[in-house]
Design a protein around this ligand. Structure first.
Ligand SMILES: Cc1ncc(C[n+]2csc(CCOP(=O)(O)OP(=O)(O)O)c2C)c(N)n1
Ligand SMILES: [Mg+2]
Length: 514
């Protein structure tokens, strides 16, 4: 057994079942090792941002890490934006980054770079192997570290000679870390403060927003506590049969207006809310004046348990407020818009679907339309780095292939990681991609005004328009092997989407909207 074989065996022994890969020469031993370890599925991604985003989507659905296989600092850097999103989603990911052989590192060959420095901002843990045996042990540690604390990407730097040298033993099987519980005195103190407050609110972040956490939230809501989730969470279980918390608004002034009069804000697995960006003359911290902030659970603590304990302390009710199924069952008509697309999605999206959303200005109307649709999970753009939608859909579909996955993406966002379409086709994943072809970075036209950057002239507008030429998405998707169609009316979208939902395998709809 060489180091590479030991690493794959160690990954498999520790429950890792997929490796989203874009290998190079320094990773050849690992490539070869896949022939000796059938428990880890190798998935080729044609850009590292696809691999890292797929690992993020996988983790959000599977609740455990997948691996990525990346080529030195350059490959890691290509994958960094989606690792940033993964870190913000608290998604466990195990990055294996190949490096030059130990004795080759000091020679400054062309692909040499400071991999650890590049990994730092997007990793919760970094390890560098110096021998094959150490590589095997550090692989176990990387899996464990990805699940420790608030969870996130763990990065193992693997010199090529550690992969090709002989290795006696695989790394150990390590128990996944158990999240510490918030102490009962704190929960009691928060319960007391909640009872005393006039207008209390609980702000819930990714870690507490599990199925169970949501039930606790619905019980608290029944007892009169307002429950709001962060604007962008890793995964929101929603739709019929579930409690529907409010969602923190994206623009700061709207969020603050919505929180007017709130005198107590309790944080469950999140931190004090802040605006996405600063704007001239606008507030940055989204806590109303005079409002007390109390922490129920830190992101690294067991937020689900804390919410349940709080519900037990406050709420007499055993069952949460839940939504009944509510779908407008008539075909939307007229010109195509995010709202009509949302209506069609609500009509046809099957029970237990997964929505990977990177749709920017088209996202909110669809989120609203599917409020009481059949139960589903919604994955958000946690770190604000667009280009996550298609990759995360790949990972979600590989994590739970029996579920229908829906990727909603802006045309700008889709252009970042369009290569992911090829992986959808090659792996024959049951994913329907809807691209909102408004032929613009539409949100940035709004931001130009909000940042008071002045009236846009011809040259400024050219940086925000996706025209001259317009992208032919049907050709892009077909070129990558995904059957595609273009719709520009509400009726044609409704029937194309209905077909996609009853069929199996990858499909693509270019939704041309004004
Ligand atoms: C990695 C990254 N680069 C740049 C941006 C800045 N940015 C935010 S939204 C956006 C354009 C989004 O366009 P599109 O996906 O077409 O959505 P639309 O605004 O048209 O709804 C850009 C470039 C970003 N968020 N992330
Ligand atoms: Mg657009």
């Amino acid at each position: 057994m060489n180091g590479a074989e030991a690493i794959l065996r160690t990954l498999a022994n520790n429950g890792v079942e997929a490796c989203f890969s874009n290998p190079g020469t320094s990773e050849m031993q690992l490539v070869a090792a896949f022939d000796h370890e059938s428990r880890v599925r190798p998935v080729l991604c044609l850009f590292e941002g696809v691999a890292t985003g797929a690992a993020d989507g996988y983790a959000r659905i599977a609740g455990k890490p997948a691996a990525t296989l990346l080529h030195l600092g350059a490959g890691l850097s290509n994958g960094s934006a989606n690792l940033h999103n993964a870190r913000r989603a608290f998604s466990p990911v195990v990055n294996i980054v190949g490096d030059h052989a130990t004795y080759h590192r000091s020679l400054d060959a062309p692909l040499s770079s400071d991999i650890a420095a590049l990994a730092g901002p997007v990793s919760v843990w970094i390890g560098t192997a110096e021998t094959a045996q150490e590589a095997a042990a550090l692989t176990s540690e990387a899996v464990r570290q990805s699940m420790a604390g608030a969870r996130g990407p763990a990065t193992l730097i693997l010199p090529a000679d550690c992969a090709w040298s002989e290795c006696r033993d695989a790394g150990p099987v390590l128990a996944a870390p158990v999240r510490p519980r918030a102490d009962s005195a704190r929960i009691a103190a928060v319960a007391k403060a909640l009872k005393a407050a006039r207008k209390p609110t609980i702000l819930v972040g990714s870690g507490a927003l599990t199925e169970e956490g949501l039930i606790a939230g619905g019980r608290l809501a029944r007892a009169g506590v307002r429950v709001i989730i962060d604007t962008f969470v890793a995964r929101q279980p929603r739709g019929a049969g579930r409690f529907a918390p409010e969602r923190m608004q994206y623009f700061g002034e709207m969020a603050l207006a919505g929180l007017q009069g709130v005198d107590l804000m309790v944080l469950a697995s999140t931190k004090k809310p802040v605006a996405f960006f600063a704007y001239p003359g606008m507030p940055s911290v989204l806590v109303p004046e005079g409002c007390t902030v109390e922490t129920l659970a830190l992101p690294e603590e067991d937020g689900e348990h804390a919410l349940r304990a709080l519900a037990d302390a406050i709420a007499a009710f055993e069952s949460p407020i839940v939504l009944e199924l509510r779908i407008v069952d008539s075909v939307p008509t007229g010109s195509l818009s995010p709202a009509t697309v949302g209506a069609s999605i609500a009509r046809h999206m099957p029970e237990n679907a997964i929505v990977s959303e990177d749709a920017v200005t088209s996202g909110l109307p669809i989120y609203a339309q599917t409020h009481a649709a059949r139960a589903h999970d919604w994955l958000f753009l946690t770190g604000g780095a667009i280009g996550q939608g298609i990759p995360a859909a790949i990972g979600a579909a590989i994590a739970q292939p029996q579920r229908k996955v829906l990727c909603l993406t802006g045309d700008g966002a889709a252009a970042y990681t369009a290569q992911g379409l090829w992986t959808l086709a090659r792996e024959n994943l049951d994913v329907t991609v809807v691209v909102f072809a408004n032929r613009a970075y539409r949100i940035l036209n709004m931001e130009l005004a909000r940042t008071q950057s002045g009236a846009a002239g011809h040259r400024a507008r050219s940086l925000l328009a996706l025209t001259d030429p317009t992208m032919d998405w049907v050709s892009v998707a077909s070129g990558f092997g995904v059957p595609a169609t273009r719709c520009d009316t509400a009726e044609s979208f409704d029937s194309a989407f209905a077909r996609a939902m009853t069929g199996m395998g990858p499909s693509f709809i270019e939704a041309v909207i004004g």
